[in-house]
Design a protein around this ligand. Structure first.
Ligand code: NAP
Length: 279
């Protein structure tokens, strides 16, 4: 590797099936940036060693995925307010590592591409993990009218329980929440390739208003059982691939200061659809 080539990584465990190298390699090539982007398996135990080798390998930036999104925090010189619930992008600066999260803005941009915003919406989140918390926080900032968080473990949503615009409910109240919902977002891994757990039933979709929009953060498969059930009920919906593309595009912008227009993001999206369809 020559010194002129910038090195970037996505780190996590497991990492072999990450689509990040495909996203960034396409963008670096398109913008003629001399950069190498690789996936590297890094466990939580190996994270200090990865951080130590950053200067030696000329690392300019790296993306962070499970299980390191919180583990990276002690190594940061700066953490952006967007990364309150986990870091997905780290830029290497002379004075240290700067951590960001582009997940919430990535989801919001994907939503906007489908003609939807949070403003004035009655939003129901299924799940309240790291991704959901960032999205809930963003939805509140973006003036959602009301948010219901339905989670298997109620206590995991406790930090939102005192917000007057948020209701935290057990799984058994999902259908009740859907009756007044205009935007339903699945943030659990239910329906994801390789995950045994599935939604037991989709009767909660029957009570959704006909104009409601259904979003799934899962993108593999491209059409989850939830989205197939929503489509069968003629509900508008989107999978998580747009979020994946836009969180990557927004991270690329942090690395390079290059603003990526929607048509280039669309090319990346099409490339990833091809990869997922061949899997
Ligand atoms: P996480 O922090 O582990 O949270 C997982 C959430 O799912 C928790 O609320 C958990 O409930 C719930 N859950 C897990 N298994 C369940 C089951 N069998 N039944 C009911 N609820 C269950 O994960 P995360 O980082 O937030 O990611 C969540 C999902 O979003 C993953 O599928 C991830 O791949 C996806 N994601 C997609 C993108 C994208 O770009 N499209 C970006 C980030 C994440 P408890 O609180 O009860 O444990």
């Amino acid at each position: 590797m020559s010194n002129a080539t910038e090195q970037y990584y996505v780190i996590g465990d497991p990492i072999a099936h990450s689509l990040s190298p495909a996203i960034y390699t396409q963008l670096f090539e398109h913008y003629d940036v001399a950069a190498q982007y690789d996936a590297m398996r890094v466990t939580a135990e190996a994270l200090p060693e990865f951080v130590r080798m950053i200067p030696k390998r000329h690392v300019k930036g790296f993306n962070v995925t499970m299980p390191l999104k919180r583990e990276i925090e002690p190594f940061l010189a700066y953490r952006d307010p967007d990364a309150l619930y986990g870091v997905n992008t780290v830029c290497v600066h002379p004075d240290g590592l700067y951590g960001y999260s582009t997940d919430a803005q990535g989801f919001r941009t994907s939503l906007a591409m489908h003609g939807r915003t949070y403003a004035g919406q009655q939003v129901v989140f299924i799940g309240c993990g790291g991704a959901a918390k960032a999205l809930v926080h963003d939805a509140l900032n973006q003036h959602a009218a009301h948010i219901t968080i339905v989670n298997r473990t109620i206590e995991h949503a406790s930090e939102f329980a005192n917000d007057p615009r948020v209701t935290v409910a057990p799984w058994s109240e999902l259908a009740d929440a859907c009756a007044h919902c205009s935007l339903l977002i699945n943030t659990t891994p239910l329906g994801m390739h390789g995950v045994a757990a599935q939604f037991a039933a989709f009767d909660f979709l029957d009570v959704l208003p006909k104009t409601a929009f259904v979003a799934d953060l899962v993108y593999n498969p491209l059409e989850t059982a939830l989205l197939a059930a929503a489509r069968a009920r003629e509900l508008a919906c989107m999978n998580g691939l747009g979020m994946l593309v836009w969180q990557g595009v927004l991270a690329f912008q942090k690395y390079t200061n290059i603003t990526v227009p929607a048509d280039i993001a669309e090319d990346v999206h099409a490339h990833l659809v091809g990869i997922l369809e061949r899997k």
